[in-house]
Design a protein around this ligand. Structure first.
Ligand code: HEC
Ligand code: HEC
Ligand code: HEC
Ligand code: HEC
Ligand code: HEC
Length: 478
């Protein structure tokens, strides 16, 4: 049966080997991978399972309907189109720039990456790049397919190491660090890939990027993959999602400081600072006074992601001594603004080195550490406690709520006997919908929820959020 499988798989993709790989090799000069137009390739197989897929154990690994999930619901399908619609065009007018021109910097995030790879000839029809118009499509996340497309559907690919796959251009999206780096390269930014949002873009009307929690956003995308416990060959509960939440928070911190350090001559770039350092009405009393933060009160702060979530991740990975080190790094990040209102870029660069070095072993630890019901229940408890006790701004609260929802949901699916979980999930779901207004999974446009989101941002009451969290904590009997 093994040889039969090889024959069928091989013939299944044979035309691609000649059509794509050979064409590509002729063009690539050996080094640079080319993109392939998505419609002709991924669609072929990833829209309907082939006849013997079940028999060959393929459906235990993939559903082969990923294309449909992406095409019908995924927000990323319209990413390129959005640039030519009302908000995109208006932004172009205000900026005095063509939003489709590479030098404006929009298409780096709104379509398959243009800097990382070249487009192959096949992407063009009558001079128009038809692959680009597909928005953030398959290969943007899974890697340019030229060198793996002819191999990846064959049994031998299953046994290849992640490193060997990556050498072919296939991104190891199963690894939560790789996945987080990929999502965050656009949802926070990545200067090396040319994915850089500026305060001018925000001022011209771009939705704020802050507040990205990877797993909550994956559900809203909505995701087209299954976690280990959702697959038919369920090999036990691995808590992939809880792990991804924790890893994602640390990678977000690292990505944010990397981006700030890369601004160089453009510093101070206001888009790297917490928006609410400047954008708020004067109030007294004010919740910002409760958030009194030494050593630089009344100064702007770097936007570094969801710090309470990172703190819990570090506590879980390294215990109290790790958390102390984390607290001192964050305190250093604030201190930079004491001497100089907008901090010195050289000092930001050294903070970046310190955070990158600090985060590497923690990420590894989080990827490798065992997780069981008890541990995850403890993580949930710590998160709700922090959410209830401290004062959080909108973006931090949104990420905390997203993380708590994902982890409580996973705990409930694992069959844990924690009473009050169902009630917690119901209440959170309602709050996430009404309070944080992410686009619904049925609606491809972010725009449709944008106004609601802005008004919620403006009206956000940290005390209402922490009171809700406190009551949920009580319901859980904690
Ligand atoms: C000739 C059919 C075919 C084409 C074309 C194809 N795929 Fe696949 N793909 C498969 C099959 C079959 C599998 C399952 C392989 C297995 O069971 O090990 C798969 C698996 C995958 C996986 C999971 C691999 C793993 O081991 O984790 C990804 C991701 C993927 N395909 C993405 C793509 C993308 C992106 C494209 C377009 C550039 C594409 N595929 C084009 C047939 C195809
Ligand atoms: C190449 C850049 C890029 C990458 C990589 C990327 N995104 Fe996006 N994402 C975008 C853009 C651009 C939009 C807005 C698209 C639109 O509205 O048409 C978006 C929108 C979204 C939305 C809708 C946001 C809202 O307010 O409702 C979600 C959810 C999302 N992405 C999740 C993810 C996740 C999860 C990943 C990683 C698995 C990811 N994205 C990777 C660029 C990217
Ligand atoms: C925004 C990023 C993104 C885009 C765009 C994207 N994927 Fe994925 N895809 C992921 C992530 C993340 C996973 C989960 C990886 C894992 O756990 O193996 C995944 C998993 C998969 C899998 C494995 C499914 C499973 O059940 O484990 C296949 C097959 C796949 N994608 C195909 C595609 C195809 C085909 C397209 C284009 C229609 C596409 N993807 C577009 C991010 C993306
Ligand atoms: C250091 C202070 C500072 C920070 C931090 C800051 N901004 Fe601004 N922002 C300004 C100033 C000053 C203006 C110009 C105000 C005017 O034109 O009246 C402005 C204008 C704007 C505008 C257009 C005017 C409006 O209110 O609609 C938007 C939108 C905006 N900023 C979004 C953001 C976002 C999103 C962030 C966070 C990522 C951010 N800003 C961070 C100072 C800041
Ligand atoms: C660093 C990556 C990045 C850059 C650069 C970028 N965008 Fe975006 N854009 C995103 C992401 C991510 C979203 C989704 C935000 C969310 O809701 O979380 C988005 C959302 C949008 C939306 C709302 C889409 C909808 O569905 O309603 C518009 C319009 C838009 N961007 C236009 C632009 C324009 C115009 C530029 C250039 C001037 C630009 N973007 C530059 C990443 C980027």
């Amino acid at each position: 049966m093994n040889s039969l499988r090889i024959v069928i798989f091989f013939f299944g993709a044979n035309w691609l080997l000649t059509g794509a790989a050979i064409h590509g090799l002729a063009q690539s000069n050996g080094e640079i991978p080319h993109y392939l137009p998505d419609a002709r390739y991924c669609l072929q197989c990833h829209s309907e399972p082939f006849k013997s897929a079940q028999e060959f154990g393929v459906l235990e690994r993939v559903q082969l309907t990923e294309w449909n999930a992406w095409e019908s619901k995924d927000k990323h399908t319209t990413a390129y189109e959005q640039l030519s619609m009302d908000r995109g065009q208006r932004m172009g007018e205000l900026l005095g720039q063509d939003v489709l021109a590479p030098e404006t910097g929009c298409i780096q995030c709104h379509t398959s990456n243009v800097n990382e790879t070249l487009w192959s000839e096949e992407c063009f029809r009558d001079g128009v790049n038809i692959a680009q118009a597909k928005g953030v499509a398959c290969q943007t996340c899974h890697g340019p397919a030229e060198h793996w497309i002819g191999l990846h559907d064959k049994p031998a690919f299953r046994d290849m190491s992640p490193a060997d796959r990556e050498a072919l251009g296939f991104a190891n999206m199963e690894d939560p660090v790789v996945r987080a780096e990929k999502c965050l390269s656009c949802h926070v930014g990545n200067a090396e890939l040319g994915r850089v949002i500026t305060h001018e873009m925000y001022a011209a009307g771009h939705p704020p990027l802050s507040g990205f929690e990877m797993e909550a956003f994956a559900d809203k995308m909505p995701r087209h993959w299954r976690y280990s416990h959702e697959k038919p060959n369920n090999q036990g509960f691995k808590f992939d999602r809880t792990r991804a939440v924790l890893v994602g928070s640390v990678v977000a911190l690292r990505t944010a400081i990397d981006l700030a350090a890369a601004d160089g001559e453009n510093w101070p770039e206001l888009a790297r600072l917490e928006c609410y350092s400047c954008h708020h009405e004067l109030q007294t009393p004010s919740w910002r006074q409760e958030k009194f933060e030494e050593p630089a009160f009344g100064r702007p702060r770097l936007e570094l992601g969801c710090l309470p979530l990172v703190r819990v991740a570090v506590l879980i990975a390294e215990g109290p001594s790790g958390a102390e080190q984390f607290d001192s790094l964050i305190s250093d990040s604030r201190a930079l603004f004491k001497e100089n209102m907008f901090a010195d870029p050289l000092e930001i660069a050294s903070l970046r080195t310190a955070i990158d070095q600090w985060s590497e072993p923690i990420e590894r630890q989080l990827v490798e550490m065992p997780l069981d019901n008890e541990r995850v229940s403890e993580i949930l408890d710590q998160l709700i406690t922090i959410a209830a006790k401290e004062t959080h701004d909108y973006d931090t609260a949104r990420q905390l709520a997203g993380a708590i929802t994902v982890i409580a949901d996973e705990l409930s699916r694992s069959g844990s006997q924690v009473s009050g979980l169902e009630n917690l999930l119901q209440q959170l779901q309602r709050f996430n919908e009404r309070g944080f207004a992410l686009a619904s999974t049925e609606d491809k446009r972010v725009e449709n929820k944008y106004h609601q989101q802005l008004s919620y941002r403006a009206r956000f009451k940290p005390r209402v959020f922490s009171a809700l969290m406190a009551s949920l904590k009580e319901d859980l009997g904690k």
